[in-house]
Design a protein around this ligand. Sequence first.
Ligand SMILES: [Zn+2]
Length: 70
Amino acid sequence: MGDSWQAVLALQCDCGCFEILGASNDPEHEIWEFTKGDVVGCEIHSFYEDESGLVAVKRCNCRDATCEGG
Ligand SMILES: [Zn+2]
């Protein structure tokens, strides 16, 4: 999964996971492996000194079962 990071619109759930509301509109960097509506465990990652974003580290099923990603 290593390089599959992307800045996305996401809503943080109570458990700490994020529901993806929309992916980047930059097709040249469309390497985001998750799709709108997925719930993923994310971490904030600094890419550059003054730039950071979400990195999805795993898909979570917390809408269906217990949370694994929080
Ligand atoms: Zn979760």
